[in-house]
Design a protein around this ligand. Structure first.
Ligand SMILES: Cc1cc2nc3c(=O)[nH]c(=O)nc-3n(C[C@H](O)[C@H](O)[C@H](O)COP(=O)(O)OP(=O)(O)OC[C@H]3O[C@@H](n4cnc5c(N)ncnc54)[C@H](O)[C@@H]3O)c2cc1C
Length: 376
């Protein structure tokens, strides 16, 4: 890199999705010199605005995983934040519905797993109780999670953005990190192919779908470390007219948790969307294939038999930055300071798929501790 370096920052965050923004707010009161770079013209234009907007309870994750602890804690912290800051949200509750004996057996495994994760508020719902709660839903039995809810994800990001900025974090858009060179510990970072360069003591990689590329730019062997991302697309279909639902309704999840099954989510206006499904892809392409409508309808009408094929149309999609490839065992978030890999002061966040939004506050606090122990 031959651009002259004029500026030095204590901490640089790459990526203004919900995670980068939460970290920016968390660090803003602690360090005077924090920079957040985003390649798009605004914050939250990628995965953080292409999801279900669900505040998860932490039911399904293997015990001891960061995902399990962060999700459970994030759920509580997110509701508290929403109440304190007036962020639109609703604790709708969620029903996991079982259609047959096999799925009923799965419900008890799900409950056991949830309890191992400290989620002890799940209760069984009989067919009769279910009819009273959700007249349009058909199932033999269900599990009810009262602490699952929905949030205005954009308002959440806006609050992090405004707080971080008002506490002095420099947030710059249209700024893509294109080069990273270590120089005795600090990093020299190149933006937009050399338009601008600066030095930073700590570099936090929250680049979402590009996090493996950033790690590689910084000198990490992503294959050796198992950091190479696999893209797993999730399409949504919207229902119009919407079935009348008061709760989120999920089928029993798929094996190895590639996704949670084509479920019915609600937004704060009461609009129902079905999805996301799961399909590994190689390109970051968001168009939703209309032809999938039949398969969605087949999945949905198992628990919402009144929904007609003509009611569902393609909606949005999102792409999961997964560490787990097809058929691989389930993987946890990677959140680590990379001194051990020869990159001191580089903090990688890789594979921040669901429940990344729910977990954003505990992730930010965890990263702040990593920064603190590196700089002190
Ligand atoms: C279909 C789907 C449904 C989901 N549903 C839920 C849910 O209901 N609840 C939940 O808790 N989680 C959910 N998630 C997960 C959640 O959306 C993510 O975990 C979260 O949004 C990740 O945020 P992020 O900030 O890490 O990444 P992103 O939002 O992807 O942000 C990364 C940012 O980095 C920027 N960037 C990348 N490279 C560079 C570069 N070189 N220079 C500068 N900037 C760069 C990008 O432009 C982007 O803005 C879902 C995800 C998907 C895909």
């Amino acid at each position: 890199m031959n651009t002259e370096i004029h500026d030095t920052f204590d901490v640089t965050i790459i990526g203004a999705g919900v995670v980068g923004l939460a970290i920016a707010e968390e660090l803003s009161g602690r360090y005077g010199n924090v920079l957040l770079l985003e390649k798009n013209p605004n914050y939250g234009m990628e995965t953080s605005s292409r999801h279900s907007g669900v505040i998860h309870a932490g039911i399904y994750y293997p015990a001891g995983f960061l995902k399990a602890g962060f999700c459970r804690e994030g759920n509580r912290l997110l509701y508290k934040l929403c109440e304190g800051r007036g962020i639109p949200h609703k604790k709708t509750g969620k029903l996991i519905v079982a259609a047959d004996d096999e799925e009923i057996e799965e419900l008890s495994k799900i409950r056991e797993k949830a309890e191992m994760n400290g989620v002890d508020d799940l209760s069984y719902v009989s067919q009769k109780q279910l009819k009273a709660m959700e007249p349009e839903v058909s199932a033999r039995e269900a599990l009810f999670s009262p602490s699952t809810g929905i949030i205005d994800a954009h308002a959440l990001m806006t609050t992090f953005y405004l707080r971080a900025q008002s506490e002095g974090v420099v947030i710059v858009f249209r700024s893509e990190v294109t080069g990273i060179e270590p120089s005795n510990g600090p990093y020299d970072v190149q933006v937009n192919g050399g338009e601008y360069s600066f030095r930073t003591r700590v570099l936090i990689n929250c680049a979402g779908l590009y996090a493996d590329r950033i790690a590689s730019l910084a000198g990490i062997d992503i294959d050796e470390k198992g950091y190479r991302l696999k893209y797993c697309k999730g399409d949504y279909f919207a229902a119009s007219p919407s079935p009348k639902l008061a709760h989120l309704v999920y089928p029993v999840p798929q094996e190895e948790q590639v996704g949670l099954g084509v479920h019915a989510t609600l937004d704060l206006a009461g609009r129902v969307r079905f999805g996301p499904d799961t399909a590994y892809v190689t390109a970051l392409e968001y168009a939703v294939d209309e032809k999938k409508g039949d398969a969605f309808w087949e999945s949905v009408r198992r628990y919402l038999p009144g929904v007609q094929r003509e009611q569902i149309q393609p909606d949005t999609s999102g792409i999961r930055p997964k560490l787990q490839g097809p058929g691989d065992p389930y993987r946890d978030f990677v959140i680590t300071e990379e001194s051990g890999a020869g990159c001191p002061g580089l903090i990688n966040l890789i594979g921040i798929e669901s429940p990344g939004m729910t977990s954003c506050i505990p992730i930010a606090r965890y990263v702040a501790r990593l920064v603190g122990s590196y700089l002190n």
